[in-house]
Write a protein that binds this ligand. Structure first.
Ligand SMILES: Nc1nc2c(ncn2[C@@H]2O[C@H](COP(=O)(O)OP(=O)(O)OP(=O)(O)O)[C@@H](O)[C@H]2O)c(=O)[nH]1
Ligand SMILES: [Mg+2]
Length: 287
């Protein structure tokens, strides 16, 4: 099934962000470290103009560290962009972000003249979590499903920096369906806008290719299943996702498999690498 998800509040939020960005000194775009390309909102980046832009690769604790390192290197090549891996729940991880905001807006950060920042990104990527950790208290509602925040909110950190929390926004035309499936696998797409079994197969296929040893270990398998379908059958039997007659319930299995992957139970995995997004002639040269 084609994945497309752009609920009404997102269009409105995009307009608010467009207005807000004019009065912002530094933009903090929160990306998912497991899919930093597919979780980047190109519609937002088009608004960049001359603003300093920090790309936070959040959920670093769940991503493959070597792949994240490669992404950081790649992103810092973009003009006016700084990239920072972190786990939004860890206070020590978020400290360098405040320092970076102050460095990027040297004329601000004085009493009465705070650095005005805006936190943007796709749904469920950890924007509100980041704000709460930076504020040291629960200022914004968070939750493990997309579209928790639906309006913008201003938060003063009382350290020379103010933050604007914004709702997670996607883009109306999801022509890159590979990217859409990665987003769905990560948990950024509403449950009603995707078919869990198809997304489970998609994630399974990727993991079979890139992280076979993690699958063998997590599910106690002696040999690698040849197809994503066989993998999910094995996972379903292992996790006891069975229907009345004893056969594997594929939909329940796919949901459980995605939950395990998203929470890091299978291991630290990334769903895309910089090489996946190089033009074809380029990747051929590398091989
Ligand atoms: N493992 C891990 N989980 C995180 C991290 N940051 C956030 N989360 C979890 O991700 C889920 C979504 O976090 P939120 O802060 O609500 O995400 P959001 O970007 O504000 O989402 P919307 O408001 O829906 O756009 C929550 O369950 C968080 O606990 C992180 O660095 N690591
Ligand atoms: Mg939020």
């Amino acid at each position: 099934m084609t994945i497309k998800w752009f609920p009404g509040h997102m269009g409105k939020a995009l307009e608010q962000i467009q207005e807000l960005i004019k009065r912002i000194d530094v933009v903090i775009e929160v990306l998912d470290a497991r899919l930093p390309y597919s979780s980047a909102n190109h519609k937002l980046f088009e608004m960049k103009r001359t603003k300093p832009w920090i790309k936070v690769l959040n959920k670093h604790d769940l991503a493959d560290p070597a792949v994240t390192k490669a992404w950081i290197k790649e992103m810092e090549l973009q003009e006016g962009v700084r990239a920072l891996p972190l786990s939004a729940q860890k206070h020590s991880d978020t400290k360098p972000l405040i320092k970076l905001c102050q460095t990027l807006a040297p004329r601000r950060g004085k009493p009465g003249l705070p650095v005005r920042t805006m936190i943007v990104g796709i749904p469920n990527v950890g924007k509100s979590t980041l704000i709460n950790t930076l504020a040291g208290k629960r200022m914004a509602k968070t939750g493990d499903k997309p579209a928790i925040t639906t309006t913008t909110q201003l938060i003063d950190l009382h350290n020379g920096v103010v933050l604007n929390d914004t709702p997670g926004v996607l883009w109306p035309d999801m022509s890159d369906q590979d990217g859409a499936y990665r987003l769905a696998a990560s948990g950024a797409i509403g449950a009603n806008a995707m078919d869990s079994t198809e997304v489970g197969f998609y994630a399974g296929e990727y993991l079979l290719k890139r992280y076979p040893e993690m699958l063998l270990k997590r599910y106690g398998l002696e040999t690698l299943p040849p197809t994503p379908h066989d993998l999910l059958l094995a996972v379903g039997r292992r996790l006891g996702c069975l229907a009345g007659g004893g056969e594997v319930n594929m939909n329940r299995t796919a949901e459980a498999f995605l939950r395990e992957m998203r929470s890091g139970k299978i291991g630290r995995i990334s769903l895309e690498e910089p090489n996946d997004h190089l033009p074809v002639e380029f990747s051929a040269e590398i091989e």
